[in-house]
Design a protein around this ligand. Structure first.
Ligand SMILES: Cc1cc2nc3c(=O)[nH]c(=O)nc-3n(C[C@H](O)[C@H](O)[C@H](O)COP(=O)(O)OP(=O)(O)OC[C@H]3O[C@@H](n4cnc5c(N)ncnc54)[C@H](O)[C@@H]3O)c2cc1C
Length: 321
């Protein structure tokens, strides 16, 4: 039965699918939380819709011992390690609702099966949210052709490979000048494209100019390139600015519609507020990874946050937190 359109789930005694912990999201944060929890012999279900944020790229960097690994391989390794434990279960499903269920002293989760998997209705006293971010890229016709190869979003992850090239930084948000400084660590030929926005203030433009970083304010029409990758940024007035790669600042949002009934505390940008242990404002609900207030958005940071949340969950289950 599809959970779509179904009446709100009622915790009844039919709900036999009970776990110690349900983890929503099977990226590095969720897998790491899951691994550490099954190692504490907890019965753990990871529900994952299998849409990793970094699927646009073939290579990921900066994960100690796995620098240069394909993101898919990293996830496959993580799933394998998790699934090797007797109390681990991984299920492909898109969580559509997460609600408190006092009758079962915890939460009830509805997931719609993806890729042929069954729908699930499951309960647990503890839930870990690790469902990552959704990103919106500037609406340029050829953006997808270059994103993850010539253009990246994570400066910490992909700066090294861009060294000494003529680079573009494209964005419309107020952190663009700071990001320009970060990119300028590896090149002396950087142009910041504000795409017709006011993302860079006149004072910031002057500060960037002092470091020989140019600001281009005209709107972009598209990206141009050939089989080797990006070759330029085409402006709406027909000018093509030669560039071979760079960075784009997507708009990020935290997809938490499924948890709206919990009224979780979020910050001004919608990130889930957690304490130093990964506990949210709702007792029994923990969060880890990119959906929590931004540190660097990196695989190893997300995995670390997952492990930290798992440590807090084990204490919570023992009544110690
Ligand atoms: C193009 C690109 C390249 C990157 N390159 C690097 C790199 O080289 N090095 C690096 O360290 N970092 C890199 N990153 C950043 C890195 O991918 C993220 O920081 C990391 O994946 C965050 O992990 P996470 O577990 O929080 O979320 P994610 O990895 O996004 O995983 C979240 C998971 O939750 C699932 N999900 C979402 N909603 C639901 C739901 N309702 N129900 C069930 N499941 C759900 C998704 O399908 C997904 O599998 C890159 C990011 C991008 C976009």
């Amino acid at each position: 039965m599809s959970a779509e359109g179904a009446a709100a789930p009622r915790p009844t005694e039919d709900l036999t699918d009970r776990y110690d912990v349900i983890v929503i999201g099977g990226g590095p944060a969720g897998l790491s939380a899951g691994l550490n929890l099954v190692r504490a012999r907890r019965r753990v279900l990871i529900l994952d819709s299998n849409r990793p944020r970094h699927s646009a790229t073939l290579v990921s960097h900066g994960f100690l011992t796995r620098d240069g690994v394909s993101p898919l391989e990293l996830r496959a390794l993580g799933r394998e390690e998790f699934a090797a434990y007797p109390t681990a279960e991984f299920h492909q499903g898109l969580v559509e609702s997460l609600e408190p269920a006092p009758a079962v002293s915890g939460f009830v989760v509805n997931a719609r099966g993806v890729r042929g998997s069954a729908d699930r209705v499951v309960t647990a006293p503890v839930v870990v949210l690790a469902n990552g971010l959704t990103e919106t890229l500037p609406a340029l016709p050829s953006m997808r052709a270059y994103y993850g190869t010539s253009l990246h979003s994570c400066i910490e992850c992909d700066l090294f490979e861009k060294s000494w090239a003529p680079l573009a930084l494209i964005g419309t948000t107020s952190d663009l000048a700071e990001r320009a400084l970060l990119v300028s660590q590896v090149t002396d030929d950087l142009i910041v494209f504000t795409h017709g926005s006011e993302a860079i203030t006149p004072a910031e433009e002057a500060a960037l100019a002092a470091r020989e970083i140019a600001v281009e304010r005209r709107p972009i029409a598209d990206l141009v390139g050939d089989r080797s990758g990006l070759t330029g940024v085409a402006l709406e007035d027909g000018t093509v600015v030669a560039r071979t790669g760079g960075f784009v600042r997507p708009l990020w949002s935290v997809p938490l519609g499924y948890a709206s009934g919990l009224h979780l505390e979020v910050d001004g940008e919608g990130y889930v507020v957690v304490d130093a242990r990964g506990a949210t404002s709702v007792p029994g609900v923990f969060a880890a990874g990119d959906i929590t207030p931004p540190g660097p958005q990196q695989l190893v940071v997300a995995a670390g946050a997952g492990a930290r949340a798992a440590a807090a969950v084990t204490r919570h289950l023992l009544g110690a937190l």
